[in-house]
Design a protein around this ligand. Structure first.
Ligand SMILES: [Zn+2]
Length: 288
């Protein structure tokens, strides 16, 4: 692997800044969730979608006090018609109670995930792959994209050939495949599915819009394929321990991100295991 780069996706979310309120198209505006961090970047992008006085809100961030005044400022005199969610992680679903106490019991549309949806309250209107949500000026088609989270829906905005990618493709860096609810094999299938839709632009849940949509998805696929090759190479050389793999593969990454890198390495090993290519025996991995 000496003649190949160590990583394909460059950069990360740290230090990235964006305006609190922004307009990305005639029918898409963003309001930042006021929850910046190493994994959320400038914070969660919540999206006001539609052209009427009753647009919908796509993702709600995590319910921080500083968010609501910004949302109301962005809405001006408008009110919300409904909430649409990409997935049940707290920085996407956590604002539901805050918004329902401000705007009334709004319908909350998401793909159900047992045990994870409590923060959304008790009036979820379940949706699934292929369902279409219409608001004036915008038509959203739900696309089931598991891998980062098993309930994850991306949304194709037909009027713009844009995809709201949630946490599947981010505006900078790569996404996490969590131990709970994450699955790298599913994730790779989800990326290939999104690529097949030939989007023109991606609107991620964190970071700026991605104008080279297909290029970025291809980069994400290549990035994971390279990581997999590196892990298979290490297994071939008899490296069987995740911590050791992280130290060898992520020498260029700050130490405080190594636990997240460990999660990523384990996601690759679980994928290899699912494909009957690797085996775990008392904390030691080997090729099958
Ligand atoms: Zn997430």
């Amino acid at each position: 692997m000496t003649d190949r780069p160590g990583r394909i996706v460059q950069g990360n979310m740290i230090g990235l800044s964006m305006p609190d309120i922004d307009r990305w198209s005639d029918r898409v505006e963003t309001v930042l969730g006021q929850n910046p961090g190493p994994f959320t970047g400038p914070g969660t992008n919540t999206y006001i979608v539609g052209t009427s006085s009753n647009p919908l809100l796509l993702d709600t961030a995590q319910g921080l006090e500083a968010y609501l005044p910004l949302l109301k400022k962005a809405l001006g005199g408008r009110t919300l018609s409904e909430i649409v969610l990409t997935h049940a992680h707290p920085d996407h679903i956590g604002g539901c109670p805050q918004l329902c106490s401000e705007f009334g019991a709004l319908p909350i549309r998401k793909r159900p995930w047992t045990g994870m949806d409590d923060k959304a309250g008790d009036h979820i209107a379940p949706i699934d792959h292929g369902d279409v949500i219409r608001t004036e000026g915008a038509t959203l088609e739900a696309i089931h994209t598991p891998g980062h989270a098993e309930d994850h829906l991306c949304y194709l905005l037909r009027e713009e050939r844009a995809i709201f990618t949630g946490d599947v493709v981010l505006g900078a860096g790569t996404t996490v495949i969590p131990e709970h609810g994450g699955d790298l094999l599913d994730y790779m299938d989800s990326l290939r599915h999104l690529l097949g839709l030939e989007p023109e632009v991606l609107y991620p849940a964190h970071g700026p819009a991605i104008r080279d949509a297909s290029g970025r998805i291809r980069e994400y696929i290549a990035h994971r394929e390279l990581r997999e090759d590196q892990i298979v190479d290490l297994l071939q050389r008899g490296v069987s321990d995740v911590t050791q793999m992280v130290e060898m593969m992520y020498a260029d990454v700050p130490k405080f991100l190594h636990p997240a890198a460990g999660t990523s390495v384990r996601s690759h090993l679980r994928k290899l295991e699912r494909e009957n290519r690797a085996t775990l025996d008392s904390d030691r991995w080997s090729l099958s």
